[in-house]
Design a protein around this ligand. Structure first.
Ligand code: NAD
Length: 310
């Protein structure tokens, strides 16, 4: 089809997602990033591979909205997303046309997602919040899961072919903002489980247990979770996990601290008790501010704990 596609935010995740989308759709493609190097790299890599394709670099979000019928955003946090949509004079909504479909895959505050959805609806367009799980590897392989919040299922069905080009599963979570709700609840639990696993592995080892044997027991017992089994934070337990390569790659501890903060803001706004979430948020903030650990996978909380234990 000839529907022009726009993509804003070609970072760790977005660059790979946009690459998969570009390859799967023959339509014109417009890209924008605040960092020119990202768009130049995209044109060098993908434009050169398919020289007959219509691939354009926009200079502002508004220029994307002028040209594209479907626009995906993949930006760091709420403030960037708000700026790209509502910025004056160059934001997306200054130039959006009725019927434009917006998909925001960034992980942001659910209340910001709802605010933007209302602003988009006011312009007779539709926004689907569709944050992802699956990480950089899932983005590269096109196997992401999208958690979609949308005004109705029809809007999700409209964006499904786009999301299918970048992922494997699309789950409709309810009205706008609910995609973000699902995402931050998952990441809050993930963050808590990682700290719990790190504490159990550290305690067991300090008490004289072999870590590989301990992990095997956890993983065939009731303490089993993703952090114990797939991405065990103790080095050497899972050979291909970030912990076994000095916590390189994986999911950054500062991104985990950000997502925990989103969950805590939402919990406070709704007066919901999340004791462990609050404690885990503090711990990830401490780890993310420890020199040498900032850029590491969030499992580095294990290394941080070891440093605290005698
Ligand atoms: P990133 O920082 O690597 O990329 C963000 C991109 O947005 C950069 O290229 C940056 O230049 C661009 N950008 C920033 N502000 C901009 C603006 N105002 N206008 C245009 N471009 C702008 O981040 P990422 O790792 O790709 O993550 C993106 C989102 O996905 C985040 O919300 C993150 O929480 C979420 N997420 C990340 C992962 C992961 O493993 N990295 C997994 C799931 C979800």
């Amino acid at each position: 089809d000839k529907v022009t596609t726009g993509f804003i935010g070609l970072g760790q995740m977005g660059y790979r997602m946009a690459g998969n989308l570009f390859r799967s759709r023959p339509a014109p493609f417009v890209i924008f990033d605040a960092d020119d190097r990202a768009t130049t790299r995209f044109v060098t890599e993908h434009g050169a591979a398919q020289p007959d394709r219509d691939l354009r670099i926009a200079r502002t979000p508004a220029e994307v909205a002028e040209q594209a019928d479907v626009i995906i955003t993949m930006l760091p946090a709420s403030a960037h997303v708000r700026d790209v949509y509502l910025g004056d004079p160059a934001g997306l909504l200054t130039a959006s046309r009725p019927g434009t479909l917006f998909i925001d895959s960034s992980t942001i505050d659910p209340s910001v997602a709802r605010e933007l959805a209302a602003a988009v609806a006011f312009r007779s367009a539709a926004l689907v919040d569709a944050p992802v799980s699956g990480g950089v590897m899932g983005a590269q392989a096109g196997t992401l899961t999208f958690m979609a919040g949308a005004p109705n299922t029809a809007a999700v069905d409209q964006v499904r072919p786009i999301l299918d080009a970048m992922g494997r599963h699309v789950v409709y979570c309810g009205p706008n903002g609910n995609g973000q709700v699902a995402k931050i609840c998952n990441n809050m639990l993930l963050g808590i489980c990682m700290i719990g696993t790190a504490e159990a592995m550290n305690l067991g080892q300090k008490l004289g247990m072999d870590p590989v044997l301990l992990a095997n027991i956890l993983n065939t017992s009731t303490g089993r979770c993703w952090a114990s089994e797939v991405s065990n934070p103790c080095p050497g337990v899972v050979p291909n996990a970030p912990a076994s390569r000095d916590y390189e790659g994986g999911f950054g501890v500062s991104l985990m601290a950000k997502d925990m903060g989103l969950a805590m803001t939402a919990a406070n706004q709704s007066r919901v008790v999340t004791n462990l979430g609050a404690l885990a948020h503090q711990i990830y903030n401490l780890v993310a501010n420890t020199p040498g650990l900032q850029k590491k996978d969030f499992g580095v909380v294990y290394k941080w704990l070891q440093g605290k234990s005698s």
